[in-house]
Ligand binder design. Structure first.
Ligand SMILES: [Zn+2]
Length: 291
């Protein structure tokens, strides 16, 4: 069911991409008709042009949202060398225990945005997360695509996940992260009604990309990390199915990332500690431009 729905989302995305590609080609064809270039080249460059535009708009939306959205947390403004490590899509029976072992060895507390269905399958791993001091947030019941999900299903996805977490920990999750960082106004209202807070991220390890090596992950994070960053990793998941992708590279990179962060003076905290920092009261005008 989840696979079918995700496949449908991917299929409709492809159709939209092709349609906009042809649309882009028509626009480009009108803009540069005097160049007398072959129709095929116009179509291909139109597709590339449209893809780039869609990608730019999508990245812009995911990374910044449109307009000021005070309820969506991406990072915290602070001068303290404090960051939060967050892991999405788990728990996984294979990779989450390895990640928990590493965090325990370095005495680091992180935050896990869990998928409800995986909590039902592996409650003992969620119980371990909780007992070892990590925060547990909601990442929907089966990793739905929020903007294309009907309102009643959206709310049941959030409620069902909270129930699964509460069965294990006895506590209502405080935080929610929409899959792929995609949210809409309905989602924001719902999250507010449920007394939760939406937390995205300010720095991605890009560990979901098959081509990224642990070394590239380490370099990317350490060259960009700033105080107050919320860093995104994955301990389960896959591009289309809910789970199944290898997160071994995340496991391999994590000890070095923690060691290097420590060497640079950074401490790592679960979201419940990082988010105690006020968002606006302590903005340094010098620093606020980097937000
Ligand atoms: Zn996810």
């Amino acid at each position: 069911m989840v696979f079918l729905r995700n496949a449908l989302v991917v299929l409709s995305t492809i159709i939209v991409l092709i349609a906009t590609g042809v649309g882009g080609a028509l626009v480009l064809g009108r803009v540069i008709p005097e160049m007398e270039i072959k129709p095929l080249i116009i179509v291909v460059s139109g597709v590339v042009f449209s893809l780039a535009l869609i990608f730019a708009a999508f990245s812009m939306y995911v990374n910044h949202g449109f307009g000021y959205q005070g309820d969506i947390i991406r990072r915290v403004i602070t001068k303290d060398l404090l960051v939060a490590l967050t892991f999405d899509d788990g728990p996984s029976s294979e990779f989450t225990p390895k990640i928990l072992d590493i965090l325990k060895a370095y005495d680091v507390q992180a935050s896990f945005f869990v998928v409800g269905e995986h909590v039902r399958k592996y409650p003992e791993i969620v119980s371990r997360m909780y007992n070892e001091g990590h925060d547990i947030g909601n990442h929907t019941y089966d990793h739905i695509n929020v903007p294309t999900t009907a309102a009643p299903i959206l709310s049941s996805q959030l409620v069902a996940t909270n129930i699964e977490v509460m069965k294990v920990t006895g506590e209502h999750p405080m935080y929610v992260r929409p899959p792929r960082g995609m949210y809409d106004a309905r989602f924001r209202r719902l999250v507010e009604l449920m007394g939760m807070q939406t937390v995205l991220w300010s720095l991605s390890s890009q560990d979901w990309r098959g081509a990224v090596s642990p070394e590239q992950m380490i370099d990317r994070l350490l060259s960009r990390v700033k105080p107050g960053d919320i860093i995104l990793f994955h301990d389960s998941g896959s591009l289309i199915r809910g789970e199944g992708a290898s997160r071994q590279r995340t496991v391999d990179a994590l000890p070095r990332i923690i060691e290097e962060l420590h060497d640079h003076g950074f401490r790592m905290a679960p979201l419940s500690r990082l988010l105690r920092f006020p968002h606006s009261e302590n903005i340094d005008p010098e620093e606020s431009t980097t937000y």
